[in-house]
Design a protein around this ligand. Structure first.
Ligand SMILES: [Zn+2]
Length: 470
């Protein structure tokens, strides 16, 4: 941890964030990573349960690449030679008695340095997750054991919990863009909190899961420390845990009982060597990040909140940028994506992960092409999207087979308007006697005749002209 203390600050918060990486297999065995629905102890083998005599397989390369990718994305540099160490501790969640980690004295973290939204990052390393232990029942679930984690250590640069919230939200979004986070398991973090009133006596809150709880834990701890100070009591340097039901932090252990992890090099794993080629290959897979996309999209006639909805899902940005490449109308396409896709998901009570599973991105892109080039009406695009979400089909074929291409021929619309006016003399009379709404009926007739494929703007324009002749 950085020791430089800015005395002008009211609070100081630092994080040690563990990111669950979205690899297919675990870090040192070929067990598939579980989901939260997996049956207890269903994704295990002698390696990830630490059976006597079992040895780790070679490090999962995808996991290593993902840790490096996150580091590079925040401006860190990759360490070319590093090694796993054994971090010793005795706890039921770790049957080997040690955790394999690229951290601790004696090694270098997987990536070093970097900065994200003004918060300095000190290091980022690969390590294995322990098992899940229930202290009440004593039961162990080894599904999580060996799950690859990236651990990020930030400097204590956060000045408020609102800054912490904004930062975490953006950091998680970047992790999704990088395709590095297992969204179901997300992040967990140790949170270091201190306040000016105690001269920044540091307290650590262990293992807080989720963005909401990390922010709530920091808030609760700041309140606790300030109360102590106002009562003239010292803030002791200690480790605490967050109880989300009571919204308070609780004592775990004091600094005097700080653990000595006795780091030793892991003899069962070869050193990790990362070549320049590998680093450049990984760098090439980093997409344009949300901040750059926001800036790019701000050129279009879209509100900041519309842009935020687009940027919040890489899925939407990909379709939107396809439309930009094709020189389609950014405002029309942007608003359609921003409004209609969340609407359809909301109606189905599903989210973007469900949308991705449906494998209809290409069909949505075709729909956007038809809408953006004015070939179909907005309502046609809306209805087609609903159908598409229910069941995948070929959009172009569907539009053609059902004659849903927008009527481009103004003379056809003129003929239909003329006929509708002749057939409905009452509407014409009402119009002449000053009923401004009577022509809406005629627009409705024409829209029905064209099965909704006439552009309402064109019908209105033609109608305003033709009605003068009556
Ligand atoms: Zn295993």
């Amino acid at each position: 941890m950085s020791q430089d203390i800015d005395k002008d600050r009211d609070v100081m918060i630092g994080l040690e964030i563990h990111v669950h990486l979205n690899t297919k297999e675990k870090l040192f065995c070929d067990c598939k990573v579980p989901t939260k629905e997996s049956e207890v102890n269903s994704h295990i083998c002698p390696r990830c349960t630490g059976q006597p005599g079992s040895k780790p397989m070679l490090t999962n390369k995808a996991a290593l690449a993902k840790v490096i990718k996150i580091g590079l994305a925040v401006g860190a540099s990759a360490t070319k030679h590093t090694n796993f160490q054994r971090k010793h501790y005795t706890w039921p969640d770790m049957p080997t008695g040690f955790q394999r980690t690229c951290s601790g004295s004696g090694t270098k973290t997987t990536t070093v340095g970097g900065e994200f939204m003004g918060i300095r990052i000190e290091g980022n390393h690969l390590e294995e997750n322990p098992a899940a232990w229930d202290p009440v029942t004593g039961e162990l679930d080894y599904n999580r054991s060996g799950f690859p984690l990236a651990e990020f250590v930030t400097a204590p640069d956060f000045r408020s919990t609102s800054e912490l919230r904004d930062w975490l939200k953006e950091f998680i979004l970047v992790l999704k863009y990088l395709d590095c986070i297992n969204v179901e398991y997300g992040i967990k973090s140790d949170v270091n909190v201190s306040v000016k009133e105690s001269d920044f006596s540091r307290v650590e809150i262990k293992n807080v899961n989720s963005l909401t709880n990390i922010v709530a834990a920091a808030d609760a701890e700041i309140i606790r420390q300030r109360e102590l100070c106002s009562e003239g009591k010292p803030v002791l340097q200690e480790t605490r845990r967050y109880n989300d039901e009571l919204d308070e932090t609780q004592f775990m252990r004091s600094k005097e009982n700080a653990q000595d992890y006795r780091f030793t090099p892991e003899p069962d794993l070869p050193n990790l060597v990362v070549s320049d080629e590998m680093i450049e290959e990984i760098r090439a897979t980093i997409p344009e990040l949300p901040s750059a996309k926001r800036e790019k999209y701000s050129k279009f006639d879209l509100k900041a909140e519309d842009i935020e909805v687009l940027v919040s899902e890489l899925y939407l940005t990909e379709i939107f940028e396809h439309a930009l490449d094709k020189k389609l109308n950014p405002r029309e396409v942007g608003l359609f994506l921003r409004r209609e896709i969340p609407r359809v998901l909301n109606y189905a009570k599903e989210d973007f992960s469900d949308l991705e599973k449906k494998d209809i991105k290409e069909e949505i892109t075709k729909l956007i092409d038809l809408l953006g080039s004015d070939k179909i009406a907005y309502t046609t695009a809306q209805k087609t999207l609903e159908k598409l979400y229910a069941k995948k089909f070929d959009v172009e074929k569907y539009i053609n087979d059902n004659n849903l291409i927008q009527v481009q021929d103004d003379s056809l619309i003129e003929d239909l308007v003329r006929k509708a006016l002749s057939d409905n003399p009452k509407a014409v009379e009402d119009h002449k006697s000053g009923n401004t709404k009577s022509l809406n009926f005629i627009v409705g007739v024409v829209m029905r005749e064209t099965k909704g494929t006439a552009k309402p703007q064109t019908v209105n324009k033609v109608l305003a002209e033709v009605v003068k002749e009556f």
